[in-house]
Every structure is written in C-alpha cells, then in structure tokens.
Ligand binder design. Structure first.
Ligand code: NAD
Length: 309
C-alpha cells in the first residue's frame, strides 16, 4: 500500500476541529478536510474519520478511526474491498481513567447531589451517613485493556481494591483478582463500583442486564464508558426504579444523543455525560502520532499498528 494523501473527514469535529488534525498531518502528507457524505475521496489514499461512509469502500485503501471502538464499521465488506481499518486503541487510558475516578468521587463525596441542589439554589447538605471515602471500596473493572488499566491505575492510587474481568483470566499487576467472563456475576457481586470498559461485540451486547443487576449490591454504582448497548438500558432503568442499584455514571447510551424523554436525565442517582469521557486537548495529537507511526510502518513494509481489518 502507498499513502501520499490523507483526507480528514469532517465527522472528527465531534471531538476536535478537523483543521487541527489536517495541519498536524500536513507536515508529513498531502491532506485536506473533506465531507465524505458530500465530497468524493477518489483523490485520497486514506481517510481519518469518526463516521463510516459507504464511499470509503471504493475510494480509499486505508481508514483510520479516531475512536477505539469500531463497532460502526462493516468488517466483512471492508475485507472484501481490500480496505484496511485501524483504530485509536491505546490513547484513551489517562483521559477516561481520570473521568472514571471523577465519577466515583462525585458519588462518594456527594458532589452529584450537591451540583443538582446548586442549580436549584438549595442549601442541602448530605445526611451524616451518605458521604464516604473511596479507600477500601471494591471496584470491578470489566475489560482490562487501555481503558481498564487507565482506570485501575488511578482508582488503586485512591486506595480502592481492584478486581477485574479479562477474557484470558490471567493475573495483572495492580488487580487483586482477575476473573474470566464466565465468572462475571461473581466478579461484580461484592463491588461498590462496576466499571465497563469492553468493546461492543456480539458477546458483550447487553452484558449487563436484569440478572447482573440482581447479582450486584443494592448500593452499587454502575459506570459505563464502553458503549451503550453493553448495558440493557431498560433493565438499568428498572433496577434504578426498584432500588436494587445505588446509581450509575453513564457516558454512552443505546441511543445517542440520549433522547430528551429518557428517564435517565432526571434520575436522582444518575450522572450523565455526553460521550466525552475520552476528550482531552491532546486528542488530535495522539491520533496524529498513531497515523504517523503507521505511515512509517507502511514505508518500512511492516504490519500496521492497531490494525482491526
Ligand atoms: P482495548 O482494545 O485496549 O481494550 C479492550 C479490552 O477488552 C481488551 O483487553 C479485550 O481483550 C477486552 N475484552 C473484550 N471482550 C471482553 C469480554 N467479553 N470480557 C472481558 N474483556 C473483554 O480498547 P480500549 O481503548 O480499552 O477501549 C475499550 C472500548 O471502550 C472501545 O472499544 C470503545 O467502544 C470504548 N471507548 C469509549 C470511550 C469513551 O469516550 N467513552 C473512549 C475510548 C474507548
């Protein structure tokens, strides 16, 4: 494969201005911002994008996704058309890790109800036994890749006891017990926090549903920074209504943007963020580094890093 021109799809504007990525890449290759929904990409060898457009199949040889999750891309069709797909796995650990401990602190230190009261100009301190500290609380991280490890490092620094779920079940530094997906219910049973950090694939669709909510502690907090459909959202709302779950911090949803009518907006014990757990001013620089690394790999005739298809 030869790559001398790269298009930056305007869909990346969900995360950063396309121009900053274009300018960073322009030091190495010909590049321009395009809207693949309107413009032809025939003049380009590759595209860096957030969205998927069918025109990519015929127009480019290589797609780089600025997200780690590539569940929106049709792997089989890409393979049939000989289009390579790489993702941005590996760059989100620090940002998502910090966001997740932020969620935990919001619940433990009662910052979430505090902010909700502030918007109503209400001076309402928590009950004496509502606030707690994180040290000694158990946190189960489901998926111990980039995100999972980013959370584990930061949560253990705050004194939480970390357990995790990993397909291999192999031990990992800083994680006290590693379970396999078969033991998911045991893994989540005694945890105050359950953090979801797995990709969305067939086996993780609705990974957390009614049975898992029943297995979890009644005061547990579910944190989803993976993908919305990893959680059965209807079962989540039911669990919150029934009081069998303490709360949830959600960055991702089955439908995004979260519809205005969703009960999750108004639930007392739910913290909603608009799919931005991985945002950082360094995002475009981290993507640039990955793309440039792969340009070097291509020049050297080596396998691309983060290749998915
Ligand atoms: P990654 O590839 O580094 O890690 C994913 C890990 O999950 C891998 O170790 C994989 O083996 C493991 N895994 C897969 N299926 C599993 C299962 N059934 N049980 C346990 N572990 C399983 O990816 P990452 O960068 O950590 O991102 C993970 C996912 O999080 C992405 O696919 C994406 O959907 C999502 N994500 C969300 C945000 C956000 O802003 N909210 C940011 C980055 C990534």
């Amino acid at each position: 494969m030869e790559v001398s021109s790269i298009a930056v799809d305007e869909s990346v504007s969900t995360v950063f201005p396309p121009e900053v990525l274009r300018d960073a890449l322009a030091e190495t290759v010909d590049t321009a911002v395009v809207d693949a929904g309107i413009d032809s990409l025939e003049a380009y060898d590759a595209v860096v994008t957030m969205a998927y457009h069918e025109s990519y199949l015929d127009d480019v040889n290589w797609i780089h996704s600025i997200q780690a999750g590539v569940d929106r891309f049709p792997f089989d069709e890409l393979r049939e058309h000989g289009v390579v797909l790489t993702n941005s796995s590996g760059i989100h650990g620090p940002a998502v890790g910090e966001t997740v401990v932020g969620y935990m602190l919001s619940f433990a230190r009662r910052l979430l109800p505090g902010v909700k009261s502030q918007t109503k100009r209400e001076w309402s301190p928590p009950e004496w036994d509502e606030a707690y500290t994180l040290a000694g609380e158990r946190c189960c991280i489901v998926g111990l890749g980039t995100l999972g490890r980013g959370v584990a490092d930061r949560a253990s620094a705050l004194g939480l006891d970390i357990v995790g779920v990993r397909r291999s079940g192999e031990p990992l530094d800083g994680v006290q017990t590693v379970y396999t997906p078969d033991d998911l219910q045991t893994a989540i049973r005694d945890s105050k926090f359950v953090v979801l950090a797995v990709p969305l694939v067939d086996e993780t669709h609705h990974l957390i549903s009614t049975e898992e909510f029943a297995a979890m502690r009644d005061d547990a907090i579910l944190i989803n920074v993976a993908r919305g459909p990893v959680v059965d959202q209807e079962a989540l709302v039911d669990a919150l209504d029934a009081g069998v779950l303490g709360g949830a911090a959600l960055d991702v949803f089955e439908a995004e943007p979260l519809p205005e009518k969703s009960p999750l907006w108004e639930s007392e014990d739910v913290l909603v963020t608009p799919h931005c757990a991985g945002f950082t001013e360094d995002y475009y620089r981290n993507v640039t580094d990955l793309v440039q690394k792969n340009l070097t790999q291509i020049d050297a005739g080596e396998e691309l890093v983060n290749r998915v298809v």
